[in-house]
Design a protein around this ligand. Structure first.
Ligand SMILES: *[C@@H]1O[C@H](CO)[C@@H](O)[C@H](O)[C@H]1NC(C)=O
Length: 213
């Protein structure tokens, strides 16, 4: 009898551990984000990784299936960088990170957020190029990357984003010419201003030769 009752304790042991283990992949992704960020005013204080999902955390919104659909961290006094794990938020529609002090490259993996409607990263210190992978964001309507330190040219691939309504890359360090096809036919020059090395609109009919600016 004694050995048997010892074995019967094992399930209890694993049950005690389970709150940490059962945190879902979306919670893990958000917690990985938190580890990369410095949060001096404790905006992320409610992000308790032992909860079964992140749906009760402040600044996180879920749908009725407990999938994260919004992340609202604009104006949150945060610095640090972003990582590829954000792409595990497979149902995310709104990624709001504007007006912080986040630096480094924009992860190309954000192009895998296929439901994304709004990507607001303006007013940070992002550098490097605008990922070509953003051309996969077929639901995207709002893309605001203005007031950062982005370099390189505007990826021509973005002209295939037929739902794009608002596009702003002003106040960066982009170069090359401005696309004119697809949604880019509608955007005003204000969306592009204050990029010292960005030339005027690409000339229709001429194959642009300065992609690699
Ligand atoms: C950001 O910092 C300022 C100054 O410390 C503070 O007043 C403000 O509440 C902070 N914002 C947030 C979202 O915590």
């Amino acid at each position: 009898m004694a050995p048997l009752s010892l074995f019967s304790l094992f399930p209890c042991f694993f049950l005690l551990l389970s709150p940490a283990i059962s945190t879902n992949s979306e919670g893990n992704a958000l917690h990985a984000l938190r580890r990369r960020l410095s949060d001096p005013t404790n905006v992320l204080q409610s992000w308790d990784p032992t909860l079964v999902n992140p749906c009760t955390w402040f600044h996180v919104t879920c749908d009725s299936n407990n999938h994260v659909i919004r992340l609202d961290l604009g104006n949150s006094n945060m610095s640090g960088t972003l990582g590829p794990e954000l792409s595990q938020l497979q149902h995310l529609q709104y990624l709001e990170l504007y007006k912080n002090d986040i630096r480094g490259k924009i992860p190309k993996e954000l192009g895998n957020l296929k439901d994304l409607v709004s990507l607001d990263m303006y007013g940070n210190r992002f550098e490097g190029e605008i990922p070509k992978s953003f051309a996969k964001l077929k639901s995207l309507r709002f893309l605001r990357l203005n007031n950062n330190k982005l370099t390189g040219s505007i990826p021509r691939e973005l002209t295939t984003l037929s739902n794009l309504k608002i596009f702003d890359v002003s106040n960066n360090d982009l170069c090359g010419t401005i696309p004119v096809d697809g949604p880019f036919a509608m955007f005003s020059i204000q969306s592009f201003e204050n990029n010292k090395r960005l030339n005027g609109p690409e000339l229709k009919g001429l194959v642009p030769y300065d992609f690699g600016c």
